[in-house]
Design a protein around this ligand. Structure first.
Ligand SMILES: [Zn+2]
Length: 569
């Protein structure tokens, strides 16, 4: 990185004719700041000028301010740091919902108290369901509640705790309602959890969750989606890539239509790259019929809302990622359990081939190293029919990488969407996979050194949506409750910021439009509470957005910063 006075003025064609070279003045100039442009050289500038929805100049104070006209609003940043709008390349939604909120509980007792509070007001037999945005690693005990513990606080009400996107925990009343006994066989691609003694422990993993029939979530409204976008703006996010389901388990096309409605009404405060999703891989004909029923074309849309491809999956999460080596004991069951093939290659590969034939770019959830093997096998088969190079197909998560993966990934030009699961879930990951393997989860240093395109994100609501937590974790490899995991995989602040800005723009083919603060690009930027480059490392996770701008328009301002930055609007 280097600090320099650069002047890059974009002379728009308009106004240049007939010896009138002056372009119209900017609407707003931010000056006396530290602008981390995230351009190719990682230049740091002092000022930025914006007209309409674009950046028109970046450089030193004098030159950029000289462009101002009488109506230009000038904002003195008083040394504040500005970064490009942050982008999360794997975010389902902001969490929350009508279920029991477990996102803030910090022990098993607090979790049980939250369930008790709900059962107290429930009718006998009424179903109690939790929101999904919590994880046992946030609990002091670092374990899931047991079926018998739930029975204690809910003897008469069926309870289903939804945890992330791969697991339910149920009580006895729920097991009874859906006829799940200690003898029930785990369905293919799933696991019913048992105690060492053979009794149910309450855990239903991956496809075993389908034994439980939850009522459909309440109707998704434009207002609810709008409220979520606003929440994401408060942490500096200006772009998200939604991997196939805005609601976990929900239909893919319905939220997309709501985003289209919000866009048509000018109510989007977030640029959305939306992936459609295949759930049923049982036949290529079904996939073909499903796609036809959507009436959605690959890559349709514009810089506000664009279809980004098709999300598929092959394995589970922490408790079901498909590995080359067995899980740590007792989960390895004497060296025999290597995770869950949620979709077998015999079904996955034909679907991938079909998607490639009809022009869809593919993004696949793969957590374990064996899952990545399967994805690469399928992508290579597709590539032989019609090259996928230059089309930025992705692997989502890619927790466990092996040296033999990298040449294959490079040859296919495949990108990686990586997240900070380890920050929250490290103790659980170590429990299932062993400490040594947990230390190697999401190897950002290795991905970058191997020359892969890797974008950052959170997988919210599985992990909270704060991008500064994710960047902090990638920079330090620190975790919430269990110290540093895999210090060799630390990356620099510059690399972490690139991962959450320009690299994510690249994954969606938008690197000429956004992801850095440069003349001609969309004016998506964030004024920060402190200097990202020089705050002590431990403070990176506490950075906050004072103001977030999208396309030159303010979409969030910290009330406390209103006086200082009031000229932004
Ligand atoms: Zn996800």
């Amino acid at each position: 990185m280097r600090t320099q006075a650069i002047l890059l003025v974009l002379l728009l064609a308009a106004g240049c004719a007939g010896g009138a070279p002056l372009a119209p003045p900017p609407d707003v100039v931010l000056y006396n700041g530290k602008i981390l442009t995230v351009d190719r050289a990682f230049s740091v500038a002092r000022a930025v000028a914006i007209r309409g929805e674009r950046v028109i100049a970046v450089g030193d104070d004098a030159t950029v301010r000289a462009l101002a006209g009488p109506a230009t609003r000038q904002v003195d940043l008083r040394g504040r740091t500005v970064i490009p709008g942050l982008i999360d390349s794997h975010l389902h939604n902001a969490g929350g919902g009508p279920g029991v909120d477990l996102s803030r509980v910090r022990s098993i007792d607090e979790l049980l108290a939250a369930v008790t509070a709900r059962t107290k007001n429930a009718a006998p037999g009424e179903l109690i369901v939790s929101n999904s945005d919590w994880h046992e690693a946030q609990l002091r005990e670092k374990r899931l509640p047991h079926l018998r513990e739930l029975d204690r606080v809910a003897p008469r009400n069926p309870v289903v705790l939804v945890r992330g996107g791969h697991e339910f925990i149920i009580n006895s009343a729920a097991a009874e309602r859906w006829n799940i006994t200690r003898e029930t066989k785990s369905p293919p691609g799933g696991e019913i959890g048992h105690d060492p003694g053979g009794g149910l422990n309450g855990e239903l993993v991956d496809t075993a969750r389908s034994l439980v029939k939850l009522p459909p979530p309440p109707e998704l409204t434009a207002e609810a989606v709008e409220a979520q976008m606003k929440l994401l703006n408060t942490v500096g996010l200006t772009g998200i890539r939604i991997p196939g389901s805005f609601r976990l388990g929900g239909d893919a096309v319905e939220p997309y239509r709501i985003f289209q409605q919000l866009k048509a009404e000018g109510r989007l405060t977030m640029r959305v790259n939306y992936l459609m999703r295949i759930y049923d891989f049982s036949s290529v004909d079904k996939v073909r019929a499903l796609i036809a029923s959507w009436n959605v074309r690959p890559d349709e849309g514009d810089e506000w809302l664009r279809i980004g491809g098709m999300k598929t999956l092959v394995d589970g999460g922490f408790e079901g990622g498909h590995m080359r080596e067995p899980y740590a004991e007792p989960y390895g069951r004497g060296g025999t359990f290597k995770g869950i093939e949620v979709v077998p290659p015999s079904q996955y590969i034909p679907v991938v081939l079909e998607l490639n034939r009809v022009g869809w770019r593919v993004a696949t959830h793969a957590v374990g190293d064996a899952a990545v093997d399967e994805v690469l096998d399928a992508y290579e088969a597709a590539d032989r029919e019609r090259s996928i190079r230059g089309r930025r197909w992705t692997i989502e998560h890619f927790f466990i990488a092996r040296p033999d993966h990298f040449p294959r990934v490079r040859a296919l030009d495949v990108a990686v969407a990586a997240q900070d699961h380890l920050y929250l879930a490290a103790p659980s990951v170590a429990k299932y996979w062993g400490r040594a393997r947990a230390e190697r989860v999401t190897p950002m240093r290795t991905f970058i050194d191997q020359g892969l395109l890797v974008g950052g994100g959170t997988d919210s609501p599985v992990i909270p949506y704060n991008p500064f937590w994710s960047m902090y974790h990638f920079i330090t490899r620190d975790t919430i409750s269990d110290g540093v995991y895999g210090a060799a995989e630390r990356i620099t602040r510059e690399e972490a910021l690139r991962a959450s800005t320009i690299n994510n723009a690249r994954i969606t083919f938008e690197e000429e439009l956004k992801g850095s603060i440069e003349p001609g690009k969309l004016a998506d930027l964030v004024v920060l509470s402190a200097d990202y480059l020089s705050v002590p490392e431990s403070e990176i996770q506490r950075l906050a957005a004072l103001a977030t701008m999208i396309g030159g328009k303010l979409v969030y301002i910290d009330p406390a910063a209103r006086a200082e930055l009031g000229a932004l609007r």
